[in-house]
Design a protein around this ligand. Sequence first.
Ligand code: KIV
Ligand code: ZN
Length: 540
Amino acid sequence: MAENNEGNTVSESEVDVVRIFDTTLRDGEQSPGASLTSAEKLEIARQLARLGVDIIEAGFPAASPDDLKAVQRIAQEVGTQDGPVIAGLARAHKSDIDKAWEAVQYAAKPRIHTFLATSDIHMERKLRMTREEVKARVREMVSYAKAYCDDIEFSPEDAGRSDPDFLIEVLTIAIEAGATTLNIPDTVGYTTPDEYYALMHRLITETPGSDQVIWSVHCHDDLGMATANTLAGIRAGARQAEVTVNGIGERAGNTSLEEVVMALHTRRPYYHLDTNIDTTQIIRTSRMVSNYTGMTVQPNKAIVGSNAFAHEAGIHQDGMLKDQRTYEIMTPETVGLNQSRLVLGKHSGRHAFRVRLEELGFTLSDDELQTAFKRFKELADKKKTVTDADLEALVADELYGPQEVYSLLDLQVACGRPGMPTATVRLRGPDGTVQTVPAIGTGPVDAAFRAIDSIIQAPNTLIEYSVHSITEGIDAMGEVTVRITAENGSTRTFGGYGADTDIIMASAKAYLAAVNRMLIVKGGRHGRPEGQAATIQALA
Ligand code: KIV
Ligand code: ZN
């Protein structure tokens, strides 16, 4: 027996489960610069299934044929009977709902998630619809989706700024039309925890038929309150939380998965709620998402930041040595840090390598294994011990990077004083031709980027460059992430990631990955010869 947060006594059998709905691949991918390739999306979806999320929102199939295909593939390969529910987002339009169904129908447990805005500002200024029209559309589109699929989620967009009386009318209609989950988005991150609690509580207690559906929370972090709001909504009775890994998402992002899960886990005596998440997979998932999206995690980020379990102050270190619990409310092991750190070395064979990758959750084809093993041997020659983090970086860098338009064959730099930092880069282009070009820069990284630029000639602005070591020691692998924008007035950014024991090499790989991604997405609009543009378009 235990007391819940309302002061009532509850038995273990009464402990409820909060479903974790992960929208990293949909709302998260809407982060500026976070575009992912289909291979990366599939790999992230597999890792989310290992993490134990209940629902994966795999994308927005109506957005593009590529998005539709990516959702379809995730539905087929990850949406198995004992796997998660696979959801596809759709505006409240028949064509969007058709596309969502076309993609998710292959999952053993498919879901269509449809939404329509209900705040006055959105209805008047964006939709140009009256309240009556919105209610009619909700009835029509939820019924339309229900004809395809039993599991229907409806979201009144911008609920946080909607009139609660009107929301109740809309949600009543959604239930009548067959919605099984009602999600209440604070789309612009405007509400406070007290307000959001009151809103959820009112909707749950006053909407007729409320007990037939699962209530869900979806918060954005514009005022830094997304996690607090999500937990407030859960306290009010929501049993589904919509979250993203590392909190990535539109503008300031979404509620972060790891914060909600670890709050419920660490403060279980307070919330008296469980999730189905295997918390030891959290760090691995966070690293994968950060590597593939090119969005670095700030060092002081709760749970997954590199400083989250670091203790610097003397008083803290002294306390930690006496008893970890003095300054740690959860152990690093709970979230998957420090697990079997030193595992493989230069004498390890292909079998041990494959088994370790499988333990880490990577399912590689024979060809991929061959490539990865070769790269592992090169790394093990340079480094005494190859850690799990090294292996994850290696697989991310080698196997799941974006399709290559240009590939890096060689790089040589000369730097130091006196002299001018110079880099010579050899790249293979889309038509197979190899070009070798030297360039001078303000430092070796700048010189390498300039040499790449003079071959590719895809004007861009470097807006972020960050480097850090994955593990300790002078022989550690360096991880580099860069973000660029195309110089054509667009605000869209492209991320790239590279890992190597040589940080200049890691930098060149990351920069080239970002440029490749820009070329693939933009398809030949960079002052390139006609023939090359066609090849790039074909790769997109
Ligand atoms: O923030 C939002 O309103 C959304 C909806 C589509 C659920 O992401
Ligand atoms: Zn959202």
